[in-house]
Design a protein around this ligand. Structure first.
Ligand code: SAM
Length: 658
């Protein structure tokens, strides 16, 4: 009995956000098996527009006063459409109450079918499926760390017909024959007939195939990590689809980066410790644990880009938290329609609860009269209840500030020359606008970061037809008192120094659009690059380096300044000066003790804190007073700029609690 009441309660209770699946599987008080509740809720919702007519026209609720509208829809669904009928004992009151109207209900169901001009039940089923929205193929990435496409075609996909394109795969939905096509844009990716369940296959259980949307495969493929890129960072990794894809792309190429005695590594950061556990499992399952170093529970924004262990990071993949609007509704159920209640009885209180919000042309969800709040779920499964479109806009602005902070942080890594930035958001505020802000930022300008042009991309990404939206990040706002409109670039947070993207840069932005027939979710990706020698700033800092990029130091650890060819600190000269001063009978020598530079002397060439202690960099090297930098591999100038950036970031970024 609880199956029908529990399902009805879930479908009619005011939404606290999240998909139908999340709400069912996350409900710990359910007595019925969640899978059964989900199947009943989803299927009944799918048919509810028709069943509402059937229940109303048969006057079931007038005759059976104990039935609520929601329970009536669920029971009538099972009576008319479930293979085994109503899952209650034959003598159960609810079952009896509905089954005694069986003939009438069936007659109304037939009338509803005929009204829809469907000659058979199968035709009606197809019409109901078609209303569910775009059909998506099952995307399967063959994990080349463990297997090959040929092996999978000969085993897991034996019996599948290989078809030339995605149209044929989508058209195979609901058919008995199973088909697949090799994706023309992303290597080792297959599009398989919609609805095919591969989770029971040996290949899936062994990590040989990974179910990953085509669009989600773009970033690692676009980043194109190679031996010369050295180490790689995946800054926001869990659950690990892109980390394992990175490992797979790198796998056949993985070598010794210049001057290193060990092979390239992928550092995978994940701030959320729970999600990091999933990441760990996924990496192990994909056979990538030797290539990937997991930094679970670590906030990428707090990682020191100048730490020696990241000195050889040449490429970074950034897939930060976003609004997830490209995937919203992925597993969501269709709207649950309820029959009208015949009288002002107890049942009249049950109102249809809209679980989905209308989305306007601008993409902003709108509240409805029955639900004044907007609930959005982000890609992490977190949901936020927003009171208005304005709050939603503020949320996007907050996300965009966080995304920009992540990009700017990545741009600081001294050896980095490539960065991909991606979101599963449809909003320009998180996409083109963030790219515009990133290329306009001081760190990008100082280090020569620019957008990777379309013609420079790997073949599949160059050929992908859907590119950035030129107009999307321009907003029309009311202008002067005459009501003339003016345009404003969104995502600037009031900053004037963010330039518009050029046509070439818009071409370099890649989008995928849900429901455009290409079978993908809504997604965005762009790549930033720089030449090691480009930019108006010497990103290697002020010191001379050897062919491996290491700073050349003398026996005291003192580096040599590029500008003068002299030591940053000439101890010999200082010693001589001290001797001269002592000879002159001065009370205070210039440096009291060179062998103990940590003493309490307020003098000397190094900066000191308010306690008189020498100020040191993270690597322990003292910071020089004279602005010549500090005794490590960061230039003082860079430090200053970074500090400035940090201050700016602090101004812009006031925290994002995902
Ligand atoms: C969009 S999801 C990443 C999806 C993942 N790249 C994949 O393809 O499977 C964003 C992830 O970034 C994590 N995250 C958010 N802020 C972070 C930060 N500052 N440092 C590290 N991870 C962060 C979130 O916990 C979330 O797991």
């Amino acid at each position: 009995m609880s199956l029908y009441y529990e399902t009805a309660a879930i479908l009619t209770r005011p939404s606290t956000g999240g998909s139908l699946k999340t709400r069912i599987y996350g409900n710990k008080s359910l007595k019925s098996p969640p899978a059964q509740v989900y199947a009943l809720a989803f299927e009944s919702s799918k048919w509810s527009a028709i069943l509402k007519e059937v229940v109303e026209n048969s006057q079931l609720l007038q005759h059976e006063r104990k039935l609520t509208p929601a329970v009536a829809i669920l029971l009538v669904h099972d009576l008319l459409l479930a293979k085994k009928g109503i899952s209650l004992p034959p003598s159960h009151g609810l079952r009896v109450a509905v089954e005694r109207h069986k003939a009438r209900l069936q007659a109304e169901f037939t009338k509803a079918r005929i009204r829809r001009k469907c000659p058979t039940l199968d035709a009606l089923k197809a019409a109901v499926e078609a209303q569910l929205g775009p059909v998506h193929p099952r995307w399967v990435r063959v994990n080349v760390i463990k297997t090959t496409v040929d092996d999978q075609l000969a085993t897991t996909f034996r019996g599948f017909e290989v078809v030339p394109g995605i149209d044929e795969v989508i058209a195979s939905a609901g058919m008995e024959k199973k088909v697949l096509c090799l994706d023309p844009h992303v290597p080792n990716l297959l599009a398989v007939s919609p609805g095919v369940d591969l989770t029971k296959t040996d290949a899936y259980k062994a990590g040989e195939i990974i179910l990953q949307d085509k669009a989600s495969c773009f970033p690692a493929y676009l980043l194109d990590p190679r031996t010369e890129d050295g180490d790689i960072i995946d800054a926001c990794s869990a659950p690990g689809n892109k980390t394992t894809h990175l490992a797979a792309v790198l796998h056949p190429r993985r070598g010794f980066a210049a001057g290193q005695k060990r092979k390239q590594r992928i550092f995978a950061f994940e701030k959320d410790p729970e999600r990091a556990k999933t990441l760990e499992k996924m990496v192990a399952m994909a056979g990538a644990d030797r290539d990937v170093v997991i930094r679970g529970g670590q906030d990428f924004l707090k990682v020191d880009p100048y730490a020696p262990e990241y000195a050889h990071v040449g490429a970074l993949l950034l897939d930060p938290s976003c609004s997830g609007t490209g995937i919203v509704g992925r597993d969501d159920a269709p709207e649950f329609h309820l029959p009208s209640v015949p009288s002002q009885g107890k049942n009249a209180k049950s109102n249809p609860k809209k679980r989905k919000h209308q989305t306007t042309a601008s993409g902003f969800p709108q509240p409805s009269s029955s639900n004044p709040n907007i609930t959005v779920a982000d890609d992490n499964g977190n949901t936020t209840v927003l009171s208005s479109p304005a709050t939603f806009k503020a949320r996007l602005a907050s996300l965009a500030a966080f995304q920009l902070a992540i990009i700017q942080h990545a741009m600081k890594f001294p050896a980095a020359t490539k960065i991909t930035y991606s979101t599963c958001s449809i909003h320009a505020a998180e996409n083109e606008a963030v790219v515009a802000a990133a290329v306009s930022s001081p760190i990008a300008r100082a280090r020569g970061w620019r957008v990777l042009r379309r013609e420079e991309m790997v073949r599949g990404m160059k050929e992908w037809p859907v590119r950035g939206d030129k107009d999307a990040y321009i907003e029309e706002v009311e202008g002067n008192e005459r009501g003339e409109k003016r345009v404003k670039q969104i995502g600037t947070g009031g900053k004037k120094d963010i330039r518009r993207l050029t046509d070439e840069e818009i071409e370099a932005c890649i989008r995928t659009v849900r429901g455009d027939g290409k079978g993908t979710m809504g997604f965005f990706v762009a790549c930033f690059v720089r030449d090691r020698d480009s930019g108006d700033n010497d990103d290697d800092g002020p010191y001379l380096r050897d062919e491996n990029g290491r700073i050349i130091r003398d026996e005291n650890g003192i580096p040599t300044l590029k500008a003068t060819g002299q030591k940053a600190v000439d101890f010999e000269a200082l010693r001589r000066a001290r001797e001269e001063e002592e000879d002159d009978g001065e009370e205070e020598p210039m440096i009291k003790s060179l062998s103990n530079p940590d003493d309490d002397d307020g003098e000397g060439p190094f900066l000191r804190d308010e306690h008189g202690r020498i100020v040191r960099g993270q690597d322990g090297m003292p910071v020089l007073k004279q602005g010549a930098g500090r005794g490590n591999d960061d230039g003082g100038r860079e430090d200053d700029e970074d500090d400035k950036d940090d201050e700016e970031e602090e101004d812009e970024w006031d925290g994002f609690d995902d």
